[in-house]
Write a protein that binds this ligand. Sequence first.
Ligand code: 0A1
Ligand code: ZN
Length: 852
Amino acid sequence: MSKAQTKYLKDYKKPAYAIKTVDLTFELFEEETIVTNSMQITKADTNEKDLKLDAVSLELLEVSLNGLKLQESRYIIEEENLTIINVPTEFEIKIKNKIYPQNNTELEGLYKSGDIFCTQNEPEGFRSITPYLDRPDIMSVFTTTVVADKKKYPILLSNGNKIKCHESFDERHGVTWHDPHPKPSYLFALVAGDLGSISDEFVTMSGNKIVLNIYCDLGNENKCHHAMRSLKEAMKWDEKKYGREYDLEIYNIVAVDSFNMGAMENKGLNIFNSAYVLADMDTATDANFMGIESVIAHEYFHNWTGNRITCRDWFQLTLKEGLTVFRDQCFSADMNSAEVQRIEDVKALRERQFVEDASPTRHPIQPESYISMNNFYTATVYEKGAEVIRMVHTFLGEKKYAKATDLYFETFDGQAVTTDDFLWAMSKGGDINLEAFKTWYHQSGTPRLKVEESFANGTYKLSLTQIIPDTLEDRKQKPYYYPLKMGLLDEEGKEVLVKTLIVSKEHETFVFENFETKPVLSINRDFSAPIIIEQKKSEYDFLMQYDTNSFTQYEATQNFALQTINKLISSDEIDKAFVQAYGYLLDLDVDLSYKALLLELPSVSAIMQLQEKIDFDVIYTAQDKLLKIIAQKFKNKLLDIYKKNHFPASMSLDAEYIAKRAIKNRVLKILFALKSDEVAQLAQKQYEESLTMTDRIVALDVLENLHVNYAEVALQDFYNKYKDETLVMNKYFAILASSSRYDVLERVEKLQRDKVYDEKVPNLVRSLVGSFARNHKYFHAKDGSGYKFLADKIIAIDKINPQMASGLCGAFKVCNKMNNHNQNLMKKELSRVISTQGLSKNSFEIIDKILK
Ligand code: 0A1
Ligand code: ZN
């Protein structure tokens, strides 16, 4: 990568032109597509002479200005631009160009997923379709005509409402769509294909009837009903919670197999990775069903937070993503168990975002610079961004937050705005000063809070010290301003105080009086701030038993388990108090899906985050040991829980049955540590008798890691049954690539040649190669074989799909925290990748940061 150009937020300039309307015609053919693009443009800055449009690898057929064909001397074509020289103040530009969607393996712009033409334009895909001012603050009204073969592509879709069908005498036909809402080009979409669909309708709060369609590959229609249900729930929820109503006559969703991310919120025409649409009890797990509900809602919520009000520039990405993730998290909490949802969200944040925030790729939720914007669709911008909005919500409370969001929608509807505009609305509507809060947008790294307690003469003192990590360039950063929810419990576990403290200084002490005995602290309840608490604490077992806040009860268990594992690592000694406290949990009479989370022991990633220098062998040994002690000590109790919840088997998606499956499968995974024949038989029976994919997949995973012979039979059976269901085969590949069996790498290499596997389909790459990269045991093998394999894959995939490749580079993020041996091996491979000729800017940016 020779000329990696960095873009900076500080260089933002208002656009010099406005595009009022765009008229697009797409003539789709098997080899190529002809795009005709007419734009009505006005100069905003009259000093400007030339019009420089974004255009990638442009194959220009014709360009005219106000109806007159332009001579070659009137325009310049460069690698990434088309410049029209000397334009008037108001004019029409018409451009005709040729593109090749069939050869587009990057899956950006217009491309083919199987036999379906589809688009992905966020953030900068539109410029590879046609020349344009491809930036989110250029908002215009789009009219789109799609013309294609009638038989092969009976369904032709674009944004907005359908205004005209064109029938012709030959085999081709066309449809014109008009979107009355001005929008940036990244929200443009087009789909053409022979698709199956299901339809429904939704009547909005003001009585508008909306047609809802979900399109998919023919034959998959029956797997779209959960997505449709979720869409209607999301529409209802946004009306009730935010007063937001849908604003077109039709809402279309299309599921495609080849998609780089989860889904895309294109105005009126969402395009989805089929993994987030298709589900039935035979092929999808309970987690898949939940994932669909949340992503369908996420994309729907973008209609207001993202589409009606969009981002001024890509540095503002968290404006729409942080807010929309917060909205989808609240929606899921309302639809399911709120306590489970909160824990799952925090777990995900810590597994991905905390690791990113401690790595050389860390960045503020509002980054200051980027080389490839594609690299900034990160857990930081999304999930930490959502935590930042959640803190605003906590400061304001439900009522003021509603007033403030109303003000946000009223003030900025139809505009491209900044995070400062959002915070203005929050402080004005919420009647609160948020100046000190802004640091959350501009600083990186996870803040820590050192907590010290003292108690004397009935007075309890809480001393808090903020420990703020420096920037990557070793610059000091400021203390943060955040809400810290806390509770104090008396010795019987009764809540004697509940309070939300406001933390704002580097060091401060809070004093509470009139206690007879020292109260027990429960801190950062509900995970009210995205921080790491540092505390020397001996009361975890008490909190495990008595904490009245479900999040901190879970937290106490995790912390106590982590402390126990750390002791096991350094002294090989087991803390009996933890084992005993774990016993209480088994007897707790609480919601079973919550209990399933309580019983989960810390992940490898959680343990790793506490290590100064990471050594995965040591982590696995300690983790196995603790699990085994627990499984041995509580074997009978665990078996009882298993049996009690295994029967009666049911295919129901009701919360009660989801919870029964969750607890039963958690217990099976713990019993697995016994490595006994009895457990293998239990798993085998579960596999054979399973009515749901949830049960089948857990059983298969346990067998794969426990019993080679049983596993072979079950895996073969699974393969035969599901080899034509790509979404299920993703699970198969993931189980094999995450296995703890010694021959994993060899098997992964072989699986790449399986006829189901296709390196051009991101879901399959993520399942096989991505899962292997997260298989710490073998990815970090001491002989360097895992690193070499992944480096080779990055080099190969980078040529096909740079976004996929740079995603895989992320596995090397822990490099600087690894022990010296592994670190050297990693660096050697990364140096090899970065010196590859023609490496994409996506992969370059990530590796360059890691190697710096
Ligand atoms: N805006 C989408 C996510 C998305 C982003 C980039 C993509 O391709 C580069 C695709 C989708 C969302 O938040 O759902
Ligand atoms: Zn989003």
